[in-house]
Write a new protein. Sequence first.
Length: 107
Amino acid sequence: MVDRINVEVTYALPQRQEVVRVNLPAGATAREAVEASGLLQKYPDIELDGRNKLGIYAKLAKADSVLRDRDRVEIYRPLIADPKAVRKKRADEGKVMKKGGGPAEEG
């Protein structure tokens, strides 16, 4: 049985992505991986118990999820705007949406 696991912890910023590899004891959780990565100290705006959610390979996960060797823990930033609310506002204003979400040309 493996007694240590290697995982990546990622945090995507608007201009770049931070990727930290950590070696943890088997049975470690996503929270423990984030804490071991040092990203909480580097980016004090990360709130694991608040606005930031975690994922493992693009699937939402709880902070107490047990990790496996070679997992990638992702720290998600909160959305700036709710996509549903933006679509509803555009529909209420009578604007036609263009594929890709950019401004639509009316023709």
